[in-house]
Design a binder for this molecule. Structure first.
Ligand code: CA
Length: 235
């Protein structure tokens, strides 16, 4: 569908980056893509653009003048109007701790500078792939079908129910597959950061979720990664 030369199905990507050279490089990478690239030089401008343009994904530089990228990610994920927008952090920091801090802030992925345009595009597509199905309401992964509009779950056409927390947990896993999350990250993302809950609670709900999935022989999808946490994996 075309309206004034703009394909309405084109996804809008907002780039928040203060360094001109990196903006130019990314702009070049986008030149022949199907995406529309929007740009902001700082977090304050980005906030205005996010409310106005509703981008489909945000590429967010960690080191920004004023409000940092990390702080902006925190704010966006706390706000109902923006917490569904996936974020890829652009970071010069390759250290494990910093990566974890970025993911804790709610980022969906990160790319370490220097990165190639090809790598960036691949990450953007991967993040959009795993976050977009949510909008249609239907998620299908590992044999499990989740209709988040009707709040229905099924395996091979057979419906089943879950408690509200197990449902939220499974929804989080199905939208963030193949990635390990520790207990505190799961508490933040599934239960919400403001409540104080013991980390052991996560294990209890994981156990319940697995038990429910056992009936359909798909409990192996929820994997325990020793010393690290849990992962939803179809591999
Ligand atoms: Ca910067």
């Amino acid at each position: 569908m075309l309206i004034r030369g703009v394909n309405v199905s084109q996804k809008k990507i907002l780039l928040v980056e203060d360094e001109l050279a990196i903006r130019e490089m990314i702009k070049f990478a986008f030149y022949k893509s199907d995406f529309i690239l929007l740009e902001a030089e700082d977090a304050e401008t980005a906030l205005v653009m996010i409310m106005r343009e509703h981008p489909d994904l945000i590429l967010l530089d960690w080191m920004l003048p004023g409000i940092s990228g990390l702080e902006l990610a925190h704010r966006l994920k706390k706000d109902d109007a923006s917490n569904e927008i996936p974020i890829i952090m652009l970071t010069a920091r390759g250290e494990e701790n910093d990566r974890i801090r970025g993911l804790d802030a709610g980022a969906d992925d990160y790319v370490t500078k220097p990165f190639s345009p090809r790598e960036l595009m691949a990450r953007i597509k991967a993040v959009l792939r795993r976050t977009t199905p949510e909008k249609d309401g239907i998620l299908e992964l590992g044999g499990i079908c989740m209709d988040s509009v009707k709040h229905r779950l099924s395996v091979s056409g057979k419906q089943f129910d879950l408690g509200p927390t197990e449902y939220k947990l499974l929804h989080f896993f199905m939208t963030h597959p193949e990635r390990v999350y520790n207990r505190s990250q799961l508490l933040d993302r599934v239960w919400g950061g403001d409540v104080y809950i013991e980390e052991r609670t996560v294990d209890v709900h994981i156990r319940r979720l697995r038990k429910a999935l056992t009936e359909f022989k798909v409990e192996h999808l929820i994997q325990t990664v020793r010393g690290a946490g849990y992962r939803f994996s179809t591999e």
